[in-house]
Design a protein around this ligand. Structure first.
Ligand code: G3I
Length: 365
């Protein structure tokens, strides 16, 4: 993957105390992917609609990302506009873009109980099961051997749905119960022998009640999947940070490390900083966003098993938070600025903070 194995990291740490993976201060113009590699990481971002990217955005992704993830193109509702069709155009274009730029690619996400199309919701349980298996087979076969990793199941939990075990409600859960999770992992592993199979979850980073509610459930689910021999290789923590919520980054790092202790890799999969609670002044917002990136990354990068850090897009211009913000009819003068690069694709203070966290990476065995 990026040439630095877990063994190298631990050996370095054991030999010289905490292994200094970042190897000193970043050169001003070095790409984040270069700095990340020097710290034993892959860095990248979510990408969508490559056919509609302007040359500046194309250059930004090509220059800064060592790994990409499909923001939407491999989601069930994107691939399956109806029961008959598979629309692979968007995902194929992203796969070709990554290959042309020598980048690795994550597939997000095969199975998610959210955003299921209405045509699927109307089907009876037995048919949903058949669709589940056939979908996984067709999609995984198409990209087998070409992906760094799959988010096989996204966000298995949502306690607010009131389902037993706090599972997220949706067609897959309704048809198969929680067994859909192991079933998905086994089915993918039978087809793609190289992709790292990832369980991706939200909110675990925060001490907010949502995070407090999901953390123990995710821990127990992973233990059961492993005890049952399900082929799970990594846990993804989305890390959509909301600074106006309660956090204890060290406590989250310890929680994440408990998965590493079970032999799993840790991916930070959708990092961004929601700045809505920050002052309107852009310079001040960018400064606080940068600080939040730095504080969070310094805490989690101490974990040797953290292999990937990905932001959810690279430029504010394409952030999902802007879609949400605009749909809510909020004032244009305070558009969200959650990402490392601004609307003009220029680096913000966050780039320096992320680079510094990579450069200063020390891991504890
Ligand atoms: O492309 C259509 C466009 O043609 C149409 O005019 C427009 C208005 O309806 O919709 C556009 O599609 C939207 C798409 O984003 C692209 O902007 C979809 O409606 C909208 O549902 C979709 O939202 C995505 C969301 O997941 C739901 O799939 C966001 O882009 C994406 O950033 C967000 O990502 C999720 C991760 O998958 C899981 N973790 C949380 C994260 C943020 O919600």
């Amino acid at each position: 993957m990026n040439g630095i194995s877990r063994r190298d990291v631990i050996a370095g740490a054991a030999a010289g105390g905490a292994a200094l993976l970042g190897a000193g201060p970043a050169q001003a113009s070095e790409a984040l992917s270069t700095l990340a590699a020097r710290a034993g990481l892959l860095f990248g971002g979510a990408i969508d609609n490559v056919a509609r990217l302007d040359p500046g955005m194309t250059r930004l992704f090509a220059q800064q990302a060592g790994i990409l993830v499909t923001e939407n193109a491999l989601k069930f509702d994107y691939l399956r506009p109806d029961a008959e069709r598979f629309e692979f155009g968007g995902a194929d274009a992203i796969a070709a873009f990554a290959k042309a730029n020598g980048q690795q690619l994550r597939g997000h996400t095969l199975i998610w109980n959210d955003n299921a199309p209405d045509w699927l919701k109307r089907r009876p349980g037995r048919e949903v099961e058949r669709i589940f298996d056939a979908h996984i087979d067709r999609v995984v076969e198409r990209y087998a051997g070409r992906l760094h990793s799959w988010d096989v199941v996204n966000e298995p939990f949502w306690p607010m749905h009131g389902k037993p075990g706090g599972y997220r409600d949706g067609p897959w859960l309704s048809a198969m119960g929680p067994s859909y999770i192991a079933r998905a992992f086994r089915r993918v592993a039978a087809i793609d022998k190289t992709a790292r199979l990832t369980l991706n979850e939200a909110f675990c980073e925060t001490n907010h009640e949502w995070g407090q509610g999901i953390r123990p459930r995710l821990r127990d689910l992973v233990a059961k999947l492993q005890d049952d021999g399900a082929p799970l290789h990594a846990v993804g923590f989305q890390a959509h940070l909301l600074p106006h919520w309660p956090y204890d980054d060290s406590a989250f790092a310890a929680y994440a490390e408990s998965f590493a202790a079970r032999g799993l890799d840790i991916y930070i999969t959708e990092l961004d900083v929601n700045d809505e609670a920050y002052p309107a002044n852009v310079a001040e917002r960018d400064r606080r966003v940068a600080k939040r990136y730095g504080d969070f990354l310094r805490a989690v990068l101490a974990i040797a098993a953290v292999r990937i850090v990905m932001t959810w897009q690279l430029s504010d211009r394409a952030s999902w938070l802007r879609d949400i913000y605009r749909r809510a009819g909020k004032p244009a003068e305070k558009l969200p600025r959650p990402l490392p690069f601004d609307d003009a694709l220029k680096p913000k203070a966050a780039v320096e903070a992320i680079a510094a966290a990579f450069a200063a990476r020390r891991v504890t065995p």
